[in-house]
Write a protein that binds this ligand. Structure first.
Ligand code: SF4
Length: 233
């Protein structure tokens, strides 16, 4: 199933992973936290129905670009049901993907907004919103099975991987058995099977509001991805 359009195709198994994800309750702390969020909705979202479940990955099932985030935000993905949708981080992701030709529009507000990825797939280290945006190591280990399955399924098409933040970088490196490289923003690493790993700071408010991650630093990551994918080899 194409997660953008809902149409079935030859890679239905990605849909299967997402189906398993949305029913997963392996991390009891996160299941409790999601319930807690739903009973403490801020005024600005009080009329919104909250998704309040594990959030599936989405995008183009034939993607050459894979983006790995950390976890759904309490009032972003956990509210809307789509990763990087309906919050400030999502605004940065959508705008950068649109400007570099990986999305059809620059705004990602809700699941029915028509926002679709082209040649890109978005996933995360954990699929349930954690307290203080900090999953524990056991929650990361629990959820790694889904990321591992996605990496297997997307292996033939993926050429560039963008990790957002140190945890996503380290989790990905561990899954592909490459633990000798160090996280830094703007890192570009040639890894096995002719793939390129680009490491970025996470576009959380904590980084974007403080200037740790500026727009120019951010968009450069996606321009680099575009350049790699557009180059002949
Ligand atoms: S974080 Fe992942 S493993 Fe844990 S409950 Fe959510 S979907 Fe399941």
């Amino acid at each position: 199933m194409d997660s953008n359009t809902g149409n079935f195709d030859s890679k239905e198994t990605l849909f299967g992973i997402n189906s398993r994800v949305t029913l997963c309750q392996m991390c009891s702390r996160l299941a409790e936290h999601i319930k807690f969020i739903s009973s403490n909705i801020p005024k600005r979202f009080r009329n919104d129905p909250y998704w309040a479940r594990p959030v599936p990955s989405f995008g183009d099932v034939n993607a050459r670009l894979l983006i790995i985030g950390l976890a759904p935000a309490a009032h972003g993905g956990n509210r809307t049901g789509r990763m990087f949708t309906g919050d400030s981080s999502g605004d940065w992701v959508a705008k950068a993907l649109f400007q570099t030709g990986f999305a059809n529009t620059s705004v990602s507000r809700c699941v029915n907004d028509g926002f679709a990825l082209n040649d890109a797939y978005i996933t995360a280290v954990v699929r349930c919103a954690p307290p203080q945006n900090r999953p524990t190591s056991s929650e990361i280990a629990n959820c790694a099975q889904y990321l591992r399955s996605e990496l297997d399924l997307l292996d033939k098409t993926i050429k560039v991987i963008v990790t957002l933040g140190r945890v996503a970088f380290q989790t990905y490196c561990k899954l592909v058995d490459n633990t000798e490289i160090e996280f830094r923003h703007g890192g570009k690493f040639n890894i096995k099977d002719n793939k390129v790993l680009l490491s970025s700071y996470h576009p959380s408010r904590q980084n974007t509001n403080t200037g740790r991650l500026t727009w120019n630093m951010w968009i450069q990551v996606f321009k680099t991805a575009r350049m790699i994918l557009d180059s002949p080899h």
